[in-house]
Design a protein around this ligand. Sequence first.
Ligand code: NAD
Length: 323
Amino acid sequence: MHKVVVTDDRYGNYSEEKSVLKELSVELIILAPESNREERIENLKIIQDADALLVNLFPMTKEIISGLNKCRIISRYGVGYDNVDVNEATKKGIWVANVPDYSIEDVSDQALAFLMGCVRKVAYKDRMIRQGKWNLHNDQPIHRMKNKVLGIIGYGAIGKRFHEKIKGLGFSKILVSDPYIDKKIILKNGAVPAEFEETLSNSDYISIHVPLDNSTKKMIGKKQLSFMKKNSIIINTSRGAVLDEQAVIEALINGWINGAGLDVFETEPLPLDSPLHKLDNVILADHTGWYSEESKVELKTKAAMNILAVLKGGKPIYQVNDI
Ligand code: NAD
């Protein structure tokens, strides 16, 4: 009997995991959240004894991984695995796996929703009308999307899918900035490869789809915002720290740009005293670009499939490390 442990419960229901793992003899243990030291110790004992771990945000630190007795795989529910000490896992011969592709549809939908919402001022109008206001044209002018230029920064899975979805909106040009993608692919898909700053200064709308790393951290700050058109709109569904949030707030307040759609923030949950709450030219979401009922099923199924593959003696489907 294999012991598979879910370290931190976010879903309540584990029917997908059970269905994937049913071909093996598996005991699926869902750890209850610990509220005191004794419960923590009890949970750690269960983790130490697991054959496989399904991990959400639980910090799989060096200490915890080094204490694992027979674990063969740590499968992360999600794309990022910064809460798992991959080096330590590799040293101990434990596979680390993730699910990099479960939310491509959903994040690209979210970017599209932000784009349409910001251009048509949907959230703003809804708020004003509920306050008894009408005839809102002058407060927040709307510009037509047709014949405008759209910039995509980061042309991986989500950036590409977003591009496919916006093809019918009549943009005169779609600029793509991604130094790691062959220009021929961008051209073949009907867009124009462009340098980062060229994309910023020529686009009416910018959608960001890069990973957060040293090269992308705060890649859009005061200087970059100053290149942008006054009527431009920034959509960020990637990671909060890709933008210099303070600079974006300043730009939104001072009218250096027209608006923003933000799914992600430097600090999450967004602190209640953030000036973003008070700005009418921004649409906010709670880092749920990834989420749909369908993506959740896909995530849970694929995270469990990583485990099934390893417990059957193979490699995970989405391997992060090599052991
Ligand atoms: P991906 O790895 O397929 O694509 C990322 C692209 O960014 C790659 O093509 C890469 O070449 C490019 N890139 C890297 N550095 C760049 C730079 N400096 N300038 C321009 N391009 C650069 O990733 P993906 O699946 O498309 O996801 C993109 C990001 O979306 C993820 O890294 C993650 O941070 C974010 N995300 C957010 C949510 C959410 O819920 N909001 C969910 C999933 C992913």
